[in-house]
Design a protein around this ligand. Structure first.
Ligand SMILES: [Zn+2]
Length: 169
């Protein structure tokens, strides 16, 4: 720890989210500078996700972060994920919606192959995210209205998260 970070206090320490054994961070480190707590939580969930979707060829699944500006981002307690497996979330969501129009098999297959949806569900079921008093769990993305945790998400907030997933801790 440098003298500067010590003077600024523990709450101001920021770390980057490093690649793991099963996932690879493709974005520049500065795109996700977060508290050690958030980095640890997210790293654990991404490893779990990466292992689950691994094809066994040794290729790690890629994730891409973009810096956020508002709310929890200001204090390093939030992260925005814009792509997984080389595709953005608008593409994953479009694919998902198209498959929901199909019957039976295509619909089921999409649950296995849609990495965007699978990452969202892994974040939802395996991550422990912030829930400020009087506010919903801080996990928002294109699937929030259908899958939760906050199905009453407003049109405004949903539209703001069509192309990325936001989590805060
Ligand atoms: Zn965000």
């Amino acid at each position: 720890m440098s003298a500067l970070s010590r003077r600024c206090g523990h709450n101001n320490i920021r770390v980057t989210i490093r690649s793991g054994k099963y996932f690879r961070v493709d974005s520049p480190p500065v795109n996700a500078l977060v508290t050690p707590q958030l980095a640890r939580e997210l790293h654990g969930v991404l490893e779990r996700f990466g292992r689950a979707v691994s094809t066994g060829s040794g290729n790690r699944v890629s994730v891409f972060f973009e810096p956020g500006i508002f709310g929890h981002h200001k204090v390093g307690r939030a992260v925005d994920i814009y792509a997984v497996g080389g595709l953005g979330f608008e593409t994953w969501k479009r694919r998902w919606d198209a498959a929901q129009q199909e019957v039976g098999r295509a619909k089921n297959e999409e649950r296995g192959t849609n990495l965007g949806w699978r990452l969202y569900k892994t974040l939802q079921t395996c991550g422990r995210w912030s829930q400020p008093y009087g506010f919903p769990v801080q996990l928002f993305g294109p699937w929030t209205r259908e899958e939760g945790p906050w199905k009453y998400i407003s049109d405004f907030l949903l539209n703001a998260h069509r192309d990325h997933i936001h989590v805060a801790k």
